[in-house]
Design a protein. Structure first.
Lengths: 556, 347
């Protein structure tokens, strides 16, 4: 037998898989570090302040957070389910345009819509001024609801968070087997009975999954409740750290908030599992029924109203403020803000993408329970509020800085100061913890679409692993990779509390500047950075609209 | 040595699980072989081991007198010069049909690539689809393109993994015959994996029947049907019933079998009775009817024996009897296949 290059290729050493597995576990642990730190703070000594908090404000935090969740839950359900049902199963004037326009409020961060409506609705705002001039009222003649309240916060959050419910339940309604609904009709159930007894229960897992995402965002919100002066867990954590300087107590508060989050995560995961059983093969999808007369006008009117309140009105207001203030606001400082925000967002989205590729390929090439578990742990951050992550980053980074400093002082007699805390590195790390799941999800779904048989086909046609990556994987993944970059980029740009807590001294971003100006009641000046955030926030929404159309092309 | 493919005591393991156990096989140049067996019998694992996607734990794989894999080494798939048609076709979705076929032709100049592509598209009868993308052509066309792509680099061996399972029944049989003709005309040595015996019969010169990781029997389709080597082969190939017989008993079955020669007289055994082994005869042994199935050109009767075992018998349409009545039958042959408890087959 002759020895040729073909006969000397040795089997791949098994150690390769071990390295990948160790890498995956290590990555997951590092990403989970802030959550672990926060969780373990429950077992550290409780300071005197804790007793004070327990006696005075903790009940407030608890009650306000709960009422907020209940209110936003009810609001997003009402707005999300009704619009989803209308757009998925009925036909009325403007349905197609409204179908995607209903996603627009996703581009509007809650804290920005809160500033805008405050400017619109407070005493000197255009609404009350017009009312006074039309009816010739003056101060005290009339009762106008106060926007800066718990109720106001519920309205603001519901208006921008309902798309989570809308998006996922619209797909569920559209994919419901038309046969099941027709069976109900043939068994004598009327239109409404069919909706409440068949369609709604069948879509319930999807609705609950969307709802838990909306509630996670509610718990994570800091900007709105802070601006409206509502004391919740997030504002409490902030106050305890900034006002009282008690990092450990802040961490313990954060741990309580984390308990809520874990409940929501469990609910979301369970309902996603059940969704698999409730979605039937979309072979016979629901037939749209055409609405007529008053019903059709009501449907169109309702959808227009929601799009207007959730996006058009605040966007117009921002635009009008920005046109009046841009001459002063558009200065070198603004360009600096843009540069800071873009740099941060670019670095974070790149790091997220690289990690997601590492995790995704590790899981694909060496499947196993350890790998799946690691990827799941690494993807946990999407549910954890930015405030919690920020505190969870501050504590270990501070500890590392102190150790290094002490070591350097004893060894070399020099102080290294703060190496990690208060640097861009700490901030980027926190972003990665929070948003890795976003890129991971996109990369994984992209990888899942590349069937292993494609790799094998390429190899049986003589291409090396390198060529498989370059000629098969890269072109097929390109879209997913760009999407992953974009989604994280925009999320980082919008993220407020993490940036507020961890940013280096005097380092401003668009979100932070918007927050600062609005807090100083310079609403018109805040409009330009706010508008920039909203416009960039539209990019992923457009992406979502395109996917929605592709996904339900057969029933649009 | 004219064996194009030679497997020698090959084993494939997945951790503790032995998926393929000591399989030896050979295929001559230009022959079409088939690995046939129920799902989970190890046939796909063996095919993937030949392609180079799974390492083997023992034995040798030799193609064209060149050792490709053994216990200690494995030639990477890309150096094996073995073409493969995948169950899901695995056409590259982002490449046109032409680019798909050209994927394995990088060693040729662009001009020669174009000639080869044109030649292959003509060969599979789809000269006009070159510029399209895989999702723009039908399932049957995708199948042919997958074949053309695998044949393009002129592999020493072509593997086909359940090549017709993704297609509907009608297309399956016509395509199987067509592809066999094509492979034969090109002189391609091919090995096919399937669980469908009709596909195996339609495509293959040599069939290797596998079960639970082991090779049960290999040979032509006729041999497997007419002389099954084990109760499993008898049950898997063709339609028929394995009937347990106690020579000491005195019942209708004994009466029915009196015409057969060479059956054991002292030990219990199993006898293979295919529907064509029984025929309606007014003076035959009456057996109670359990079910009557209408098969278009004839009826298939299911008949019961005293102890509840069932037989099948094909009868002309003019004999129309209802369940509960009896159908008189006799044997059509004296040569029956039987297996004693030791499992050794005999005539």
């Amino acid at each position: 037998m002759e020895i040729t290059p073909a006969t000397i290729g040795l089997q791949q050493p098994r150690a390769n898989g071990l390295i990948w597995r160790a890498g995956l576990v290590l990555t997951a642990l590092i990403v989970a570090l802030p959550v672990i730190v926060i969780g373990s703070s429950l077992f550290t000594p409780y300071s005197a302040t804790w007793g004070h908090i327990l006696d005075t404000v903790l009940v407030d935090y608890l009650l306000n957070s709960l009422i907020l969740m209940l209110g936003v839950g009810a609001g997003t359900l009402l707005l999300g389910v009704v619009t989803a049902w209308l757009c998925a199963t009925c036909d009325f004037a403007g349905r197609k345009v409204l179908g995607w326009a209903l996603l627009l409020p996703m581009a509007m961060p809650a804290y920005i819509i809160a500033y805008t409506y405050t400017g619109l609705l407070d005493f000197s705002g255009p609404v009350q001024s017009s009312l006074r001039s039309w009816f010739d009222w003056s101060y005290g003649d009339y009762v106008f609801p106060e926007i800066r309240s718990l109720g106001g916060a519920i309205c603001m959050l519901s208006l921008v968070l309902y798309p989570y419910v809308y998006l996922i339940s619209r797909v569920a309604f559209a994919n419901q087997s038309g046969a099941a609904l027709e069976a109900a009709r043939s068994l004598g159930a009327g239109r409404w009975t069919t909706f409440f007894r068949v369609a709604l229960p069948m879509a319930r897992p999807a609705i609950v999954a969307g709802l838990s995402l909306a509630l996670m965002e509610t718990l994570a919100d800091y900007g709105t409740v802070d601006y409206f002066g509502v004391s919740t867990f997030t504002t409490g954590i902030f106050r305890t750290w900034y006002g009282l300087g008690e990092l450990n107590t802040a961490a313990q508060l954060a741990a309580f908030l984390l308990l809520f989050v874990f409940v929501l995560m469990a609910v979301e995961r369970a309902s996603r599992r059940r969704m698999q059983f409730h979605t039937t093969s979309g072979r016979s999808s629901t037939k749209r029924s055409t609405l007529r007369g008053a019903n059709a006008m009501l449907a169109t009117g309702f959808c227009i109203l929601i799009v207007a309140l959730g996006f058009l009105v605040p966007a117009m207001q921002l635009l009008s403020w920005a046109t009046s203030s841009w001459r002063t606001a558009l200065d070198s400082q603004f360009l600096h803000l843009l540069l800071n925000s873009f740099t941060l967002a670019s670095i974070a989205s790149l790091v997220c993408l690289l990690l997601a590729l590492f995790l995704g390929y590790g899981k694909r090439r060496y499947p196993g329970a350890t790998q799946t578990g690691s990827v799941r742990v690494a993807a946990m951050g999407y549910a954890v509020p930015g405030t919690v992550i920020a505190v969870g980053v501050l504590i270990p980074f501070g500890a590392i800085d102190n150790r290094v400093d002490a070591l350097a002082q004893t060894l070399f007699g020099v102080s290294t100061g703060l190496l990690l805390s208060g640097t861009v590195a700490a901030l980027v790390f926190a972003y990665v913890v929070r948003f890795l799941s976003v890129s991971l999800q996109t990369v994984e779904s992209g990888l899942n679409r590349i069937k292993p048989s494609l790799d094998e086909a390429a190899r049986s046609l003589g291409s090396s692993n390198g060529r498989v990556l370059r000629d098969i994987h890269l072109p097929l993944l390109r879209g997913s990779l760009l999407t992953a970059l974009l989604l994280v980029f925009v999320d980082v740009l919008k993220e407020l509390p993490t940036t507020l807590i961890l940013r280096p001294f005097n380092f401003n971003t668009l979100a932070v500047r918007t927050y600062e100006l609005a807090s100083d009641e310079r609403l018109a000046d805040a409009a330009l950075p706010a508008l920039a955030i909203v416009i960039i926030g539209l990019l992923p929404v457009i992406l979502l609209m395109r996917n929605l159309d592709k996904g339900s092309a057969n029933n649009v | 040595m004219s064996d194009q493919l030679k497997l020698d005591m090959v084993q494939v393991h997945y951790g503790e699980l032995v998926a393929v156990h000591d399989v030896s096989l050979s295929l001559q140049r230009g022959e079409i072989g088939c690995l046939l067996g129920p799902s989970g019998c190890g046939k796909t694992s063996l095919l993937r081991a030949i392609a180079g996607f799974e390492p083997i734990a023992a034995g040798n794989i030799t193609v064209d007198d060149q050792l490709l894999a053994s216990e200690t080494f494995s030639t990477p798939a890309e150096y094996r010069k073995i073409g493969m048609v995948f169950q899901d076709f695995a056409l590259f979705p982002h490449l046109t049909i032409e680019a798909n076929i050209a994927f394995g032709l990088r060693h040729l100049t662009p001009l020669k690539q174009r000639d080869r592509i044109r030649e292959l598209l003509g060969l599979v009868g789809l000269p006009k689809v070159g510029g399209k993308f895989p999702h723009e052509i039908s399932g049957g066309q995708q199948q042919r393109i997958a074949l053309a792509r695998a044949l393009a680099p002129e592999p020493q061996l072509l593997l086909l993994d359940e090549p017709f399972s993704g297609l509907d029944e009608e297309l399956r049989t016509s395509l199987a015959a067509e592809i066999r003709q094509l492979l034969k005309a090109q002189g391609v040595t091919a090995l096919l994996v399937t669980h469908d015996q009709h596909e195996a019969f339609a495509m293959a010169d040599q069939i290797a029947l596998m079960n639970e990781g082991r090779l049960i029997q290999s040979g032509s389709g006729e041999i497997l049907y007419q002389s099954p080597a084990s109760p499993f082969a008898a049950g898997f190939i063709g339609e028929g019933s394995l009937i347990s017989v106690d020579p000491a008993a005195d019942n209708a079955l004994q009466l029915l079998l009196t015409g057969a020669t060479d059956l054991p007289t002292s030990t219990e055994f199993q006898v293979l009775l295919r529907p064509e082994h029984l025929v309606y005869d007014r003076s035959g042994i009456p057996l109670p009817i359990v079910q009557r199935h209408y098969r278009g050109s004839h009826y298939l009767y299911e008949l019961a024996l005293d102890d509840g075992q069932q037989l099948k018998c094909v009868v002309e349409l003019c004999i129309e009897l209802n369940p509960g009545a009896s159908l008189p039958v006799r044997l059509t042959t004296e040569q029956l296949i039987f297996f004693t408890s030791t499992g050794s087959p005999s005539h």
